[in-house]
Ligand binder design. Sequence first.
Ligand code: GDP
Length: 329
Amino acid sequence: MKKRLSIQEYTNGIIAGNRMILSRAITLIESNLAEDKQLAQCVLESILPNTGKAIRIGITGVPGVGKSTFIETFGKYLTTLGKSIAVLAIDPSSQLTKGSILGDKTRMEDLAHEPFAYIRPSPTGTSLGGVTNKTRETMLLCEAAGFEIVIIETVGVGQSETYVHGMVDFFLLLMLAGAGDELQGIKKGIMEMADLIAITKTDSGNEISANLAKIEYESALHTFPPDGSGWFPQVVTCSATQKKGIAEIWELVEKHREMLSKNGKFVENRKSQNLAWMHDFIKQSLEQNFYTNHNVSIKTKEVQQAVIEGKKLPIHAALELLKVFYNNK
Ligand code: GDP
């Protein structure tokens, strides 16, 4: 890693919109070194007053649904409106397999060359929770750097989309037409979180099945109880390659923001997301401290065996480990 800058240098650079310093600050946030973590927290604290102004959009969908193609087209459309856009990714695969479902920034090469766009691939980490926290912090840096729209992309096949839903204002689910009843492995819970479902690849003779899928998803959405925001989730069709339905999607994002800003739900949602972030962080820190405690790990080996052999109740084993932890802090 390059030489670290001072808190002031990071802060001034970020606020001035200096890309190089923004990237270095993100690298600092992604670092697991204790001194980097400390410096990163100071930088975050000092840019905090400049955060919160962007529209935060989460985009999810199964691999192959067309996320990167969509984000490229959507992002370029937004830049033609004069908006600046940052794209961040949470890739749940990278912790498990060291591989990547989302790939890196070469996926959106055109957009990456736009002067008003900034693309940052997934941070790596040992836990999805940890990666998610880093993405939240990165989002704040991008906001402080002046980006008006922050897109957070993830694959809708596991837990990561729930995390993303918890950090954005608007949640867009991309779906394929012709998926049938099983809804392509997208769990009902994900559909329930969506503010908008966009059926991708509505082109090349795919229009009829896309419109049928639209009706199907609309009726599925009707079975969900309202989320209390006053917004009713919608379904649209689009084609990223033919640039169809893209402007309409942006209009809906703006309409959603307008409606929720008026009825106070926008701010309310951000407040509860911040509280959830605090609690997430507490849980992760406690868990990490627990499992990295030397005495706990020695004792774990011992009691695990007793649990496996049925000689000890899991709950008793857990209580013993917790006792070791609290006596050895
Ligand atoms: P991701 O895995 O969800 O990011 O999906 P990609 O954006 O990589 O797209 C997967 C495939 O679908 C690629 O071969 C794209 O060229 C294709 N694709 C994406 N969007 C469209 C579209 O609007 N129309 C058509 N016909 N193909 C598309």
